[in-house]
Design a protein around this ligand. Structure first.
Ligand SMILES: [Zn+2]
Length: 327
């Protein structure tokens, strides 16, 4: 049977879709001028993945899924497609596949790039995808840069007691090296020191931030076209901090109010959906979002047994691809 893995056992992540409702989460694609990199998906792989999903779940157009969520009529097996980070490759590569299948999706947008700023989270992902043969080659360069930086001792001390197996257990596809990198980035360096190290590393390879950002993000006209074709545009914070829950209430309010104002002025209507950037939010974040009129939200994992309307689960497409014979 098609959903079987080569060993004959079924892919549990695919099977589990029939027992709950939520969103499938996608990021980077390759093809149509977008080169392949770690974790990128080609159009034909996406098409086969959607065919596999459709065998065990209902893939609903975004507006229909949203309406069911708002009226609390979602039933197990109701799934939607979600694209984070307003990436141009999603529009160029994934959108034609969706259109062939008559599907629409949620597109969660960080708006600072529409105002000419750089979103370093996605810019750094592209740097790693384009400039290193694999993630381990990047990690080697990253830790070599740390050894030349003022953060050398703090990182060394923190890593002495670090247990990769106990960090980010909700993401089974992360390698121990992935976990070590994320721990150092988020728990030890923090945004400012991480940014200094990464910007220096990019300069040391002869690349520039503006060269790396060329063609990376959707422009206002793309978002308008998606909105006009029935896709649902939602919030993803203005500047995409990796740990928005750790910002002050005022800073979180600024992030989401700016995000909402920007999309409302572009689309002529205020978004009522959010996906939490890097899965980061707190009760305080949810209260801010509710006050802004946000009514449906998505996490970036499947870990909650019970959840509220701003915490719908999402399955990372990486989990579905691993054993589905989709690639
Ligand atoms: Zn994001």
């Amino acid at each position: 049977m098609r959903l079987s893995t080569p060993s004959g056992t079924q892919n549990p992540a695919l099977q589990a879709l029939s027992a709950s409702a939520g969103g499938l989460m996608f990021h980077h694609f390759h093809g149509v001028g977008h080169p392949p990199g770690q974790g990128t998906i080609a159009a034909d792989v996406l098409d086969r993945l959607l065919a596999d999903v459709a065998e065990c779940a209902r893939l609903l157009p975004a507006a229909e899924w949203l309406e069911r969520a708002l009226s609390q009529r979602l039933t197990p097996g109701d799934w939607c497609l979600t694209f984070d980070d307003n990436l141009r490759s999603q529009y160029d590569v994934a959108l034609p596949v969706l259109e062939q299948r008559g599907l629409t999706a949620f597109w969660f947008v960080s708006t600072s790039v529409l105002q000419g700023h750089l979103c370093r989270t996605t810019l750094y992902q592209r740097f790693v995808q384009r400039c290193f043969r694999d993630p381990d080659a990047f990690y080697d360069a990253f830790f070599a840069a740390i050894r030349q930086s003022p953060a050398r001792e703090a990182v060394g001390d923190a890593l002495r007691g670090f247990d990769p197996g106990a960090y980010l257990p909700a993401f089974p596809f992360y390698t121990p090296a992935d976990r070590r990198f994320r721990f150092v980035r988020d728990e030890v360096l923090g945004p400012d020191a991480y940014r200094r190290i990464m910007d220096d590393l990019i300069r040391s390879t002869g690349r520039t931030l503006s060269e790396l950002s060329a063609g990376l993000w959707l422009e206002a006209a793309h978002l308008l076209r998606l909105h006009e074709r029935g896709h649902v545009i939602g919030l993803h914070s203005h500047t995409h901090p990796t740990r928005i829950a750790e910002l002050s209430a005022a800073a979180q309010q600024r992030e989401y109010a700016a995000n909402l104002a920007c999309l409302e002025s572009l689309l002529g209507q205020a978004p009522i959906c959010v996906s939490h950037p890097c899965n980061s939010y707190s009760d305080r974040t949810l209260a801010i979002l509710r006050r802004l009129g946000v009514r449906v939200g998505f996490r970036a994992d499947m870990t909650l047994r019970e959840h509220g309307p701003l915490e719908h689960p999402r399955q990372d497409c990486t989990n579905l691809r691993r054993a589905a014979r989709s690639d």
